[in-house]
Design a protein around this ligand. Structure first.
Ligand code: ATR
Length: 276
């Protein structure tokens, strides 16, 4: 039987993951089937069990199920444990002796770090600002800190959330947290991990936020640059959106399942083209 994989979400019809993984499979010669499944809001675990009963070997998990996915795992990667969320489920994975055991990982952060590398951004020694303190940001802090930035400031509308988040990761590096009023640049890299872009909002930020040659990264993407990226370009920063992160996190999930690392460049180019 063909190994089955899927992305669980609600809603999920918009997901680009089936196109990405189908392209990875064709490229690497892996015979897999990958679909999008809308799990009911009140029964993610049931949807996963049903999928496994029908031949499912692993899954990606997107909004709003990443925390529930985390809770159903038997074992977790260190980065998933830190994130408190899983975006990748592997049945009997990662050397688990029991084939029915579920291993959970989160590949968002490594996806972000790889995409930054692709853009030529050096994290080691950099002054980094991360905007937002929700699940999206929690999921990327461990891999960001592992690269050894000189400093990492988490700034959020609700200051206490950023301070708590920073405290949770303080053992991993030079990280602090606070409100937007605590932001004093300049920074070599500013990553927008708030959902403000969705509503076209911009966090209140000082004009002198960027060093010369700084990069502005928005975890969101779309056919048009986000409000944050437009604002950043006007202040001299180089803009990058989150489409590359999406493809890189998918590639890492694919590697976890199939032990093959796809070439992300052509898949990203095709996606970019399809965004218009
Ligand atoms: P996600 O999983 O996408 O991170 P989340 O956990 O709901 O979603 O977090 C959303 C983040 O975007 C939070 O940091 C939120 O700030 P608060 O903690 O103060 O709520 C931030 N956010 C959402 N809308 C925003 C806006 N209009 N301006 C600034 N920050 C915003």
């Amino acid at each position: 039987m063909t190994d089955r994989y899927c992305v669980f979400g609600n809603p999920v019809a918009h997901s680009k993951s089936p196109a990405i993984h189908t392209a990875f499979a064709a490229q690497t010669g892996e015979e897999i089937e990958y679909t999008a499944i809308e799990a009911p809001l009140e029964d993610f675990a049931g949807a996963w069990r049903h999928f496994v009963a029908e031949g499912g070997r692993g899954a990606n998990v997107t909004v709003p199920f990443k925390e529930e996915a985390f809770r159903l795992c038997d074992t977790l990667s260190e980065r998933a444990r830190r994130a408190g969320a899983a975006n990748t489920l592997i049945l009997g994975g990662n050397g688990a002796s029991d084939d029915a055991k579920v291993y959970g990982d989160t590949t968002d952060g490594v996806g972000l770090v790889r995409d930054l590398r692709r853009h030529g951004v050096t994290l080691a020694g950099a002054r980094v600002l991360v905007l937002g303190a929700g699940g999206a940001v929690r999921g990327v802090l461990e891999p960001l800190l592992a690269e050894g930035p000189a400093s990492l400031l988490v700034a959020n509308r609700t200051a206490e959330k950023a301070a708590r988040l920073a405290a949770d990761f303080r053992d991993l590096g030079e990280i602090t947290g606070g409100g937007f009023d605590a932001v004093a640049g300049p920074f070599d890299l500013v990553i927008n991990g708030t959902s403000a872009s969705l509503s076209g909002d911009l966090p209140p930020l000082p004009d002198d936020l960027f060093t010369a040659g700084a990069t502005a990264y928005d975890m969101m993407y779309g056919a048009e640059p986000t409000v944050f990226l437009r604002w950043a370009v006007e202040r001299g920063a180089r803009p990058c959106d989150g489409l590359g992160m999406l493809v890189e996190q998918a590639a890492e999930s694919f590697f976890q399942w199939r032990s093959k690392r796809p070439d992300t460049a052509p898949v990203l180019a095709a996606l970019r083209h399809s965004l218009g």
